[in-house]
Write a protein that binds this ligand. Sequence first.
Ligand SMILES: Cc1cc2nc3c(=O)[nH]c(=O)nc-3n(C[C@H](O)[C@H](O)[C@H](O)COP(=O)(O)O)c2cc1C
Length: 202
Amino acid sequence: MPTLTPGERHDSVLTFLERRKSVPLSLFRGPGPDAPTLRRLIGIAARVPDHGRLEPWRFIIYRPDDGARIGEALAELALERNPQMREDELDRERKRLSRAPVAVGVVSTAADHERIPVWEQFLSAGAAAMNLVTAATACGFAVNWVTGWYSDDAEARAILGLSPDERMAGVVHIGNHDAAVPDRPRPDVDALISDYAGPATP
Ligand SMILES: Cc1cc2nc3c(=O)[nH]c(=O)nc-3n(C[C@H](O)[C@H](O)[C@H](O)COP(=O)(O)O)c2cc1C
C-alpha cells in the first residue's frame, strides 16, 4: 500500500477521532472481527512510532475459550490473594477475559537498551494499543482498553502468557454493540494548553 503523499488530507479521519469513544464491556456482544480483519487491525497497531526500531511490543490474541480458562485461573489466584472473596466477585474474575468475542493483549517487551530509554519503549506500546483501539473503532467495532489488577500482578501476567520481563500495556477488547453509549465528560482542553513561559521553577 502506498504511504501518504505530501499534504494529503483526511478530514473524515479528523471527524472520526473527534467522535471516537469506548464502549462499556457490559454492552459487548458478538460478532468480533474475522481473522483477516483482526490481522489487518493488528498490522495497523504495529504501525507506530518506535524509537530505534526496537519493536518493543507483541500481541496475544485471547478468544473466548482462552478467556474462560484464563478466567478460572484468575479466580483461583484472586481467591488465594483474598480468601474472603464472594462468589459474585469470583464470577467477575472468571469473566474478565471472555466479555468480548476477542481480546488482544498489547504486551510491552521493553528492555534496557544502551540508547533508547525503557520509558520510550513503554510509550510505543501505549501508542500500539491506541492504534488498535482507533483502527478497530474505525471498523465499526465496540472497543475497550483495560488493564485490570491482573496486569499488575506477576503471577496473573504469567497466566495471561506474559514472561517475567514483559508488561501488559493493555487488553483491547473488540466486539459489537447495539445500545447507544453516551459520551463521557471530556477534558477542558483550553485549560490544559499554555504558551511556553520559560524554564520551570523548582
Ligand atoms: C492504560 C489504560 C488502562 C485502563 N484500564 C482500565 C481498567 O482496568 N478498567 C477500566 O474500567 N477502565 C480502564 N481504562 C479506561 C477505559 O479504557 C475507558 O473505557 C476509557 O478511558 C474511556 O475513554 P474513551 O471513551 O476516550 O476511550 C484504561 C485506560 C488506559 C489508557
